[in-house]
Design a protein around this ligand. Structure first.
Ligand code: COA
Ligand code: AMP
Length: 626
């Protein structure tokens, strides 16, 4: 661990020196004099007086430096039977033109643009066009329903919303425009315009004056050049689930983000310019932002946008087909995708049809990598399978096996070691650091390295209150875990009400808020229970208002549908049970942890603070059935 240890130590002892050097990987319009601004600690900012443009770094500079004819983006869509690709020159031209469309619609530096798109190149083009103008994009995952979209539109107050006529889920076509129209009707904030990309599968109805057709606008547009922004100006807002019912807008700056992501491509992912990097995620999630769009392009790689699933589009060999067809060196996805492949093709026999000779690494993140899936994938693929841990808030890995710096022996169940820049500690509930081997709350000493969230959109105090208040000088990750005697970190799961369903981060609080809005529901609880394929799935438990005598099964089905309509199918809430009472402590706190353990068949002691032990016991038969 010699080289890794030295580099990590230097990043902690001299963060400004370390990241000042990494900043040389980025082109600046004005070099920063200040690397780390700490006068407002514990709120820090990186490269605040530097000037740059993220889109210039992702596209224009590569064209300038001779990569114009190299592929920047490959789009492979089994669900629409489409394959296209863009060279760096072509992508730069499309982005400059779409920046012209936004400019024409009045979008200026600092204005927000919400992007609600399926996995099509126009989503990437819209993101980069915002960056080009210094506008702030906020991409909303296409699987979210109208209400979720409305919440984000209301919070980000965009001038324009960019969307498409439809998404395609395997063979089901999802009309986006009615969802967007419903969100715009619900939101108190009304953007001046929408831009709609009409896909061949569905022709959306446009409202004259407000809705603009993507193709028509592009035909009339003039290309726009990159606008210079300050290092700490926001690049994007990405909403994520927290412990409350309302998602919070994680804000990412331009300079820290570009410097950090560029640095990870070599050091974490061992990926060089010109190589093909594939993050099989969605542009609506942080992995999609960082490793479909920005990092591969900042590093001059070819990135892959895949509109399909690991299975069913058309079969469990889909990932192997894509890797072989485009010479992918590095695949990054969530463990659940591999569990899906394993379930359909346990012997991995589909692999025999494909030439994976260029494939070097499989990186997995988004949820805990169970040792069984790790072993299956390692044995099948014969390449390093790298578990790495990160969060929307950090935007890049906190712990990983550093394949470009110094590969280490893997330990199944561990994302290996803290990445340089992250000083990770384990604390007990009272804020005292615990010795190695002991489980506790995973904290990170501040300042966080560049590229991590700078603040919560629209609420200056929320970043401090949510993440920094608990232990001064440390960031609360919300995950629990421990270090072993070799300094390997083990991340065991969330200690709050966030759950991970198929690598998608969701808040049980948000689901509870929807259940509670049903007229028959007096109170409710939602817990995440273990699932073989998706890691976790939510289960709902509701207590009905006195006097309600409707069929509990009908109410349960209504509640499942309500969550699907309001939050989206992606939540995968399939079961809501009507129960007599919720188990609570004497102070009224619902005992979610005890219920979760009971559902997972794990024996944990009943808390001494329980008010009425029989309420918990009564749930045993309910929670035992799935
Ligand atoms: N738009 C609309 N609906 C969407 C959607 C989108 N972008 N994404 C998912 N959904 C819907 C699905 O159609 C499904 O609906 P259904 O209940 O009517 O079938 C539901 O949301 C759940 O979707 P999903 O979680 O994708 O489950 P699945 O059963 O269709 O597929 C896997 C299971 C494992 C194949 C799938 O979850 C997967 O590919 N996971 C990879 C994880 C990943 O990429 N994570 C990103 C973080 S790195
Ligand atoms: P998201 O913000 O969607 O990236 O989700 C972040 C959460 O996913 C983390 O707080 C963890 O709970 C979980 N997570 C991500 N990667 C890993 C990993 N490699 N091991 C364990 N949990 C992970």
């Amino acid at each position: 661990m010699g080289k890794y240890r030295d580099v990590w130590q230097r990043s902690i002892d001299d963060p400004a020196g370390f990241w000042g050097e990494a900043a040389k990987g980025i082109d600046w319009f004005r070099e920063p004099n200040i690397v780390l601004e700490d006068s407002k600690a514990p709120i820090y900012s990186w490269f605040p007086d530097g000037e740059l443009n993220t889109c210039f770094n992702a596209l224009d500079r590569h064209v300038r430096d001779g990569r114009g004819d190299q592929l920047a983006l490959i789009y492979d869509s089994p669900v629409s039977a489409t394959k296209t690709s863009y060279t760096y020159s072509a992508l730069r031209d499309e982005v400059a033109l779409f920046a012209g469309v936004l400019d024409e619609l009045g979008v200026n530096k600092g204005d927000r643009v919400v992007i609600y798109m399926p996995m099509i190149p126009q989503a990437v083009i819209a993101m980069l066009a915002c960056a080009r103008l210094g506008a702030v994009h906020s991409v909303v995952f296409g699987g979210f329903a109208s209400h979720e979209l409305a919440l984000r539109i209301e919070d980000a107050t965009p001038k324009v919303v960019v969307s498409a006529s439809c998404g395609i889920e395997v063979s089901r076509v999802i009309d986006y425009k009615p969802l967007l129209d419903a969100a715009l009707a619900e939101s108190k904030h009304k953007p001046a315009h929408t831009v709609i990309y009409q896909r061949p599968q569905v022709q959306a109805t446009l409202e004259p004056g407000r809705d603009v057709d993507w193709d028509e606008a592009m035909q009339k547009a003039r290309p726009v050049d990159c606008v210079s922004v300050n290092g700490d100006d926001p690049l994007y807002i990405l909403y994520t689930s927290g412990t409350t019912g309302r998602p919070k807008g994680v804000v990412r700056d331009n300079a820290g983000h570009a410097v950090a992501l560029h640095w990870t491509m070599q050091n974490v992912y061992d990926t060089q310019p010109g190589e093909v990097f594939w993050a099989a995620s969605d542009v609506g999630w942080v992995v999609g932002h960082s490793y479909i769009v920005y990092a591969p392009l900042l590093a001059g790689c070819t990135t892959l946008l895949y509109e399909g699933k690991p299975v069913g589009t058309p079969d469990a060999g889909a990932y192997w087909r894509v890797i072989a067809e485009y010479g992918v060196k590095t695949l990054f996805t969530a463990p659940t995708g591999f569990r899906a492949i394993k379930r359909e093709d346990p012997e991995g026999s589909m692999l025999d049809q494909y030439d994976l000779s260029k494939f070097r690494y499989l990186f997995l993140a988004g949820e805990r990598l169970d040792p069984e899936t790790y072993t299956w994938a390692s044995e099948l693929l014969g390449v390093p399978v790298v578990d790495h841990w990160w969060q929307t808030e950090t935007g890049w890995p906190i712990a990983s096996n550093m394949m470009g710096l110094e590969p280490m022996p893997a330990k199944p169940g561990s994302p290996t070691v803290p990445v340089p820049g992250f000083d990770v500690r384990i604390f007990d509930e009272s804020g005292v650091e615990v010795p190695e081997g002991r489980e506790g709350l995973i904290m990170i000493r501040t300042p966080l390295p560049p590229g991590c969230m700078s603040h919560v959109w629209g609420d200056d105090d929320k970043f401090f209150d949510t993440y920094l208040r608990q232990s001064p000088g440390f960031y609360l990750t919300g995950d629990g875990g421990h270090f072993d005697e070799d300094g390997y970190l083990f991340v065991m799961g969330r200690v709050d009400d966030v759950i991970n369903v198929a690598g998608h981060r969701l808040s049980t609080g948000e689901v509870e808020e929807i259940l509670a809005s049903h007229p028959d529901v007096a109170e409710c609880a939602v817990i995440g229970v273990a699932d073989d394929l998706k890691g976790q799935v939510p289960r709902g438990l509701v207590v009905l208002k006195a006097g309600v005598d409707r069929d509990p099964q009908v109410i349960g089905a209504e509640l499942v549908q309500l969550v699907r309509d309001q939050l989206g199918a992606v939540v995968c809430l399939r079961q809501v049970d009507v129960i007599g009472a919720l188990p609570k402590t004497r102070s009224g706190k619902v005992l979610r942890k005890s219920m979760r353990a009971m559902a997972d068949g794990v024996d944990i002691p009943v808390p001494s603070t329980i008010d009425n032990p029989s309420t918990l016991e009564a749930l045993r038969p309910v929670l035992a059935k799935s």
